[in-house]
Every structure is written in C-alpha cells, then in structure tokens.
Design a protein. Structure first.
Length: 317
C-alpha cells in the first residue's frame, strides 16, 4: 500500500491523462477534452494515460468504461500505459485520509445539503444556481487542528478538510492566465469522504495524479474551480503541482455545458467519415486551423497534422 507520507516514485518527462467518468459514452464535449489532452501530450513527446474515474458508483453505468475505450480507439486516441480504474485505488485514498487525520486536519460532518442551505439562508445568504455552495462550518470544531478521531468508528458522517482562514490559492493556467481563489471564502471546508463512505473526486484525483506522476493536467474549464482545492491537498501531502490547462467548453443551444445530464448524444464510431467530421469539429473548437479536410485522409494522418498545429494553436493566444 502506498504511503502518502512519502513522495510517489519519480517519473520522467511529460505525463498527461484523460480521466472520464463512466456515466455514459463520450459526446462532443468530452471528445474536445480527450483530443486536447492527447494533442498536448503528443506535441510535447509525452505519455498519455487513461484513467476511469468510477468512484461515484451510483452514477456509473455498467459497460460505459468499455464503450469509452472503444470510442477513443476509433478516434485514434490510444493511451500509452495500462488503463487505471479509481475503484481499484480505495486503499490509497483511505491511507491519505488517515494521514490527514493524523495531522488533525479533518473532522466528521453530519450536515445534509438541506441543512447547509437552511443555515446559509438563516445567515442571509442565498446560493446562486450552478455555483459553489459554501460550507458554513456548522460541524466544524471550535479550534482548528484539535480534532483527531477514529475514522472507522464514526458512521453516517462525511469527513471535511479544515481550511485555515483566508486561504488564497494562485496558479497560472496556460489558457486562462493567472487564477486566484479564496478557498476559505468561496468554498469553505470541503468533503473528502462522503456520508455514504464514497471518496470524493477532490481527494481521489490528487492521489491518482501523484501516484501516476502526472505533470500536465488538460481538462475542461468547468473543472478550473477545483484546482485550488487540489493544489491545497497537494501541498499538505507533499506532492508536486502539475501544470494546468483548462480548455473552453462545448455549449448546447441554451448556452449550457454539453453533458450527459443534458442528454448529449454519443460520438459515432462506425463510419470513418463521421469520425473525421467529429474530429474536425473538435479541432476547430480548440482553435486549430488549416487542417486537411479531404475525404481521402485517414484518422492517423489528421491527428498527425493536428499535433503539428497544436504547437501554434490560437487557443494559447
């Protein structure tokens, strides 16, 4: 079992990843994220890894992981190492949680979402739709750094990470530029393990990125607001920060992020012409120009041209 007290084994060179959740097949929006991360790895002569983020088991769809892998292969987006499933890393996450408990940095929380909303309303705060619900600290101990409890003996409680007051996290994104977030004010103490015992994305992604030696994280801009939380956890656990690049989102006709929740359709895989058409749309969304569009070009040839174009893409300007 890896020990979060120690740094993960070193890896050489650029190491990127694509980390879909198996809640359904890839659609046009997730293709943009996959293509962007693949192109960045290839343009930097690096490794591209595939991680299946299947820890939120109630949302996972049986067979979706295999369908995603089939789609990626049809689009020529081949990974360089064995596929990783988060559900096989639960002992890693538990070790990290125990380490944070040893540091007196986490505490149990029995608040429901409704309880939190009622507490915020009582304080005169109304959360905005689709924005972060800032935890008001209802279950937080009176003094920071004084709680250490036996995790296994406490049931029906989430575990939250205590944040110091006025914790501001800064990072430079390759597209979005300089970013700054006041975690204490904009997020509050956040959950690492849920009341149902499932580990959260925030903890799992930090542990997995470190264990896999990920040096560059290329993902959608909807995940940019998570970066401060993940960097704070990286600092606590002694992990290096990857370089972050957040890609522009694909929106639907209503201006909402294209997603499985909004019934986005799966990208086709059987017709090579349809595959190339989808790749071209994704490339245009990523700012790639002057790419071959003839009917006789193969997927491999298109990806080679796209890799060359990525280095000078307008997405970085």
């Amino acid at each position: 079992m890896p020990n979060p007290k120690n740094s993960p084994p070193p890896h050489k060179g650029y190491r990127g990843r694509f980390a879909p959740s198996p809640t359904g097949p890839l659609h046009a929006g997730s293709l943009v994220a996959a293509l962007g991360s693949w192109l960045d790895a290839r343009a930097n002569q690096g490794k591209w890894l595939l991680r299946i983020e299947d820890i939120d088991t109630p949302r996972c769809v049986a067979g979706a992981d295999q369908e995603i892998m089939h789609q990626l292969m049809a689009y020529g987006l081949r990974w360089d190492e064995d596929v990783s499933w988060q559900s096989k890393h639960l002992d890693h996450y538990q070790s990290a949680l125990e380490r944070l408990n040893e540091l007196h940095l986490i505490y149990p929380c029995t608040c429901s979402r409704q309880t939190i909303l009622e507490e915020l309303e009582a304080r005169g705060t109304t959360p905005v739709r689709n924005q972060e619900i800032v935890y008001p600290g209802t279950c937080r101990p009176q003094e920071i750094g004084t709680v250490q409890k036996d995790i296994d003996l406490i049931t029906n409680a989430a575990w939250r990470l205590e944040l110091p007051p006025k914790l501001i996290m800064d990072f430079d994104d390759l597209i979005m530029g300089h970013q700054s977030q006041n975690l204490s004010h904009e997020v509050g103490d956040f959950v690492l393990r849920r009341r149902d015992g499932l580990f959260t994305y925030q903890l799992a992604v930090v542990i997995d990125d470190a264990q896999q030696g990920i040096t560059h994280v290329v993902r959608g801009q909807d995940l940019a607001s998570n970066t401060g939380r993940q960097m704070h956890l990286q600092n606590i656990l002694g992990y290096k920060h990857p370089q972050y690049l957040h890609l522009p989102l694909v929106l639907d006709v209503h201006g909402e992020k294209l997603s499985k929740q909004t019934l986005a359709t799966a990208i086709p895989t059987e017709d090579p012409r349809a595959v190339l058409a989808q790749l071209r749309k994704a490339g245009i969304h990523l700012g790639l120009r002057n790419l071959p569009d003839g009917e006789n070009i193969s997927v491999a040839q298109w990806l080679l041209a796209a890799t060359q174009a990525w280095k000078n893409s307008s997405i970085f300007s």
